[in-house]
Write a protein that binds this ligand. Structure first.
Ligand SMILES: [Zn+2]
Length: 149
């Protein structure tokens, strides 16, 4: 899991907005409602706003998600990668697993064509919500003859 200050600030802002909205709704509904309505409404609004608003922010500002994918070759839980690009690249990034040294291509957006895809490099696509980090493996793993033994 990757933590950065900007991600934490975005999460706090979304949660504060959800709490403010639930307070506004609770006050306008009336005082004779369920006492825990504000808390339940805050939780529901926080989840809804995180699911809807944060993916838009993460895509707009090209931020990496909280969770990087598990390496399909070695299944290392540390998810430590080295980037091959000298400058940040978007919407695709080639990385190398720090444990098994296999090259992967991370796609932060849905691409319609395979343009620029190198054969033999496994592509992993980021799914909704893009701020969280759910990944889908697009290519099967093909091991070379020396790796099969
Ligand atoms: Zn690996």
């Amino acid at each position: 899991m990757r933590f950065n200050l900007l991600g934490i600030l975005i999460g706090c802002a979304i949660s504060s907005l959800a709490a403010s909205l639930s307070l506004f709704i609770s006050i306008n509904i009336g005082k004779n409602t369920i006492p825990s309505l504000g808390i339940i409404l805050t939780i529901i609004l926080t989840i809804a706003l995180h699911s809807i608003v944060t993916p838009l922010i993460y895509r707009k500002f090209r931020m990496k998600p909280l969770f990087l994918p598990t390496c399909p070759y070695c299944h290392s839980k540390d998810k430590l990668y080295y980037s091959l690009a000298k400058q940040p690249s978007w919407p695709t990034e080639e990385v190398i697993c720090a444990y098994c040294s296999h090259k992967l291509e991370l796609q932060y957006e849905v691409l319609k064509s395979k343009c620029g895809h190198k054969k033999g490099v496994v592509r992993l696509q980021l799914l909704w919500p893009q701020s969280w980090g759910r990944w889908k493996q697009l290519d099967p793993i093909v091991l070379s003859t020396s790796e099969r033994k």
